[in-house]
Design a protein around this ligand. Structure first.
Ligand code: NAG
Ligand code: NAG
Ligand code: NAG
Ligand code: NAG
Ligand code: NAG
Ligand code: NAG
Length: 418
């Protein structure tokens, strides 16, 4: 049986290689290239945990994690915690049984020892699914319609946020359809939100769908971003589970080195349990991304726990602050903004107006400015690329605890998005 599997793998490798960047390599070289890559990505484990979702979580010595392979981090001194207490809010208690409500599936099957960090193991089949080794874990660059700013702006639509004019084409990316709440006009040192957890269908092989927070730096045609939330991405993860993800300019999770993990309980890319159901219990994850004002590292919090950070030296445009923050969903597909449209859903698959219990929400939307306090942003605007497919609604009046942003949709469910 094993022999057959390895023959199939070999055949797949040859196929991948024929179209990929390694087209001239012979089979043996390729397999060894894949092995070499896996060896770089996966560090020796102190302990490994087999999760019921099929993942293997390796507990890796915190000082031997992949981040330290990054050329800019050769002399990096590991920060075990931020230099200040990161501002957090008390989490909503949405389930009477108490905390923790949402877990990562692998946590049912063990814990990582002190001094180690949990890392989702990347396997051969994960690399073989990528278009090429170079594409693995990368997202295609977000090219906005204003990337070439000399281009006439006669078709531009502007959103006015206080007196900041935001060209909506800066929000609109090739091969992506977004439905977001956006704020500009300040220097942002952080952002947070409670993201409702769902499992939307992904239709085409290369598609993915997210619910997330973005912090972006730099002028519109050159972007740096840090992002986190949940995602369904079969190409990257090999299944259609809802997974906690991170991204920074270039790559998801730990597929490129750079992110330094400090927590022993939360793994990037791990699947989330349980998922909300229509009219049933609602589950959420709290995501926070905050700049350490003293050292310039961007820290990530998951359910108010510090997970790790992106070191200051990874950034140029996000060195001191972000200039734009977005909360919401994004569908990546070569078949957005055209007919036939991809059937990949966003959020819960319901349109925003289905509201609490049916549509996906982000609540407790917060930014952090120079005062280092959490605040609801002073000005917000909503934006969607394709309102008939994935729409948005920021409900500012119906909820006692402040505005709730709803977004999502299911292409094919109305005549205007087929
Ligand atoms: C690391 O430190 C060494 C010795 O101080 C120095 O030569 C080298 O340039 C440093 N590397 C980086 C990436 O900062
Ligand atoms: C993981 O834990 C669950 C729940 O305790 C158990 O049913 C399952 O058999 C375990 N799976 C593995 C691979 O140990
Ligand atoms: C933009 O609009 C102006 C005024 O209507 C027109 O003169 C100009 O040709 C337009 N530019 C382009 C590129 O369409
Ligand atoms: C909003 O815009 C007005 C006009 O430009 C400006 O005077 C005011 O300071 C702005 N508000 C803030 C809080 O920046
Ligand atoms: C609360 O969470 C637990 C564990 O996830 C679940 O079994 C239970 O059904 C939930 N109760 C409610 C009222 O949502
Ligand atoms: C968009 O998708 C098409 C089809 O897969 C691809 O050819 C094109 O390069 C993509 N464009 C960008 C900017 O990613």
């Amino acid at each position: 049986m094993e022999k057959i599997i390895s023959m199939i793998l070999l055949a797949m490798v040859v196929f991948v290689l024929n179209d990929g960047v390694y087209g001239t390599a012979n089979d043996r070289e390729t397999l060894s290239e894949i092995d070499r890559r896996l060896k770089l990505l996966n560090k020796p484990a102190v302990k490994s945990i087999k999760s019921e979702d099929g993942d293997i979580i390796d507990c890796v010595d915190i000082y031997k994690q992949p981040a330290f392979d990054h050329p800019a981090l050769r002399n990096h001194t590991l920060q075990l915690r931020p230099s200040i207490d990161l501002p957090t809010e008390k989490m909503d208690k949405i389930n009477e049984s108490g905390w923790p409500v949402v877990i990562q599936t692998w946590q049912k099957n063990g814990t990582c020892p002190k001094g180690t960090v949990p890392i989702r193991r990347i396997r051969k089949q994960d690399l073989l699914r990528a278009a090429s080794l170079e594409h693995f874990g990368r997202k295609t660059p977000e090219i906005s319609y204003t990337a070439n700013r000399k281009e006439a702006t006669n078709n531009s639509k502007f959103i006015n946020i206080n007196n900041t004019k935001l060209d909506t084409r800066d929000l609109s990316m090739v091969n992506r359809s977004a439905a977001v709440l956006v704020t500009v006009g300040y220097n942002y040192l952080g952002a947070q939100g409670d993201i409702n957890v769902w499992n939307p269908n992904v239709d085409l092989e290369d598609d993915y769908t997210t619910a997330q927070i973005w912090l972006k730096g730099g002028p519109g045609d050159r972007l740096e971003s840090v992002e986190s939330g949940w995602m369904v991405n079969p190409k990257l993860y090999g299944d259609k589970r809802t997974r906690f993800f991170t991204y920074w300019t270039g790559c998801f999770d730990l597929t490129c080195t750079g992110f330094v993990q400090t927590d022993s309980k939360v793994a990037l890319g791990a699947s989330i349990d349980p998922i909300s159901s229509r009219g049933g219990p609602q589950y959420q994850i709290t995501i926070g991304i905050t700049l350490d004002p003293n050292l310039g590292n961007w820290w990530l919090q998951y359910n108010n726990k510090v997970v790790g950070y992106w070191p200051a030296n990874l950034f140029s445009l996000l060195k001191h602050n972000a200039i734009l923050v977005e909360w919401g969903g994004q569908v990546f597909s070569p078949s957005v903004k055209k007919t036939p449209h991809t059937k990949t859903a966003m959020g819960s698959g319901e349109m925003a107006n289905a509201l609490l219990g049916n549509a996906c929400f982000i609540k407790n939307v917060r930014i952090i400015d120079n005062s280092l306090q959490l605040k609801y942003p002073e000005w917000v605007a909503t934006w969607g690329d394709e309102y008939y497919c994935y729409n948005v609604f920021n409900d500012v009046k119906d909820y006692r605890d402040g505005p709730i942003f709803f977004f999502g949709g299911q292409p094919g469910s109305n005549l205007y998005c087929l």
